[in-house]
Write a protein that binds this ligand. Structure first.
Ligand code: SF4
Ligand code: SF4
Length: 282
């Protein structure tokens, strides 16, 4: 009974927390302190009640061992579907702040020290899609849950006697140097959400204020700030928005193409300048 209550509480937190964050992003009220608060709560919930652990829920459903979930199968499946829809509509806010696995890695990455930026999106995409395919085949065809071998549950259960605990601990330690290695390479549910985001609606996008200063590009650790980037690996960390000197990043549905911005800028008449101002001659 206690397990059921914990799982339902985890699901309720996931839904209410994600909706609250969406509203804050939409109203421009989101800030770093709110983000830290959600990251801390989500990480603690992961250790205390192992929820809302949607990657694990996804695995359990595929394995057909739904009794382990502690809630009815249809409800667990519906929750997974709800977060696919929420990610399509509002971006990966669940991954950004509510999933305990993502939150733990994000917190570790905040530690000071040298960071290694993985910028080759082709490699990360091929790996994560390959992992997703292997994950589904092994779960459905061979009743084998790959997440178990990565130690996801052992880690959050603090089961230090299990060898797989140390596997996940290694991944978490790496996340202090490399941005969200589990999310970007291995998480099967995250891979599904990243596909949902391709044609997604609200995303952090550049707007007409952008002056192409490239500060956001330096701040983004997943290479998702370009005009044409799909934001599949955007975890709504807000770093790009925070560093922009001209308020050129916006959480919006509007898609502004670089050429449109250039055309608009070209139409703005130059102010009247004297010859001296124009040439810079002293
Ligand atoms: S990618 Fe997976 S592990 Fe990472 S935050 Fe999203 S659901 Fe959680
Ligand atoms: S820096 Fe911006 S584009 Fe990059 S992951 Fe964070 S929010 Fe997304």
């Amino acid at each position: 009974m206690a397990v059921e209550i914990a799982k339902i509480a985890g699901m309720a937190y996931a839904i209410i927390g994600t909706i609250m964050l969406v509203m804050m992003f939409r109203k421009g009220k989101f800030n770093r302190r709110i983000g830290y608060l959600f990251l801390a709560i989500s990480t603690v919930l992961g250790f205390v009640i192992f929820a809302p652990m949607l990657p694990n829920q996804f695995q359990v459903l595929l394995l057909g061992t739904a009794k382990q979930l502690g809630v009815p199968v249809a409800l667990a499946g519906a929750v997974l579907g709800v977060f696919v829809a929420l990610s399509f509509a509002f971006g990966r806010i669940f991954c950004g702040y509510v999933c305990p696995v993502g939150a733990a890695q994000e917190l570790l990455y905040l530690l000071p020290g040298r960071k290694v930026k993985v910028t080759n999106k082709t490699i990360t995409t091929v790996f994560r899609i390959g992992f997703l395919i292997a994950f589904v085949i092994l779960a459905v065809g061979f009743s084998t849950g790959l997440l178990r071998y990565l130690g996801l549950k052992d880690f959050f259960d603090l089961n230090t006697g299990a060898v797989f605990f140390w596997v996940f601990l290694t991944i978490v330690v790496i996340s202090a140097f490399v941005y969200r290695p589990f999310c970007r390479l291995a998480c099967p549910y995250g891979a599904v959400l990243s596909l949902a985001v391709i044609k997604g609606r609200f995303k952090l996008r550049r707007n007409e204020n952008c002056i192409n200063c490239k500060k956001c590009g330096e701040a983004c650790h997943t290479v998702e700030v370009g005009w044409t980037d799909l934001k599949q690996e955007c975890y709504m960390c807000n770093r790009c928005k925070e560093v922009c000197p001209v308020n050129g990043m916006e959480y919006t549905r509007r898609v502004i193409r670089e050429q449109d911005r250039k055309k608009k800028a070209a139409k703005i008449p130059e102010p009247d300048l004297t010859e001296r101002e124009r040439t810079g001659a002293v």
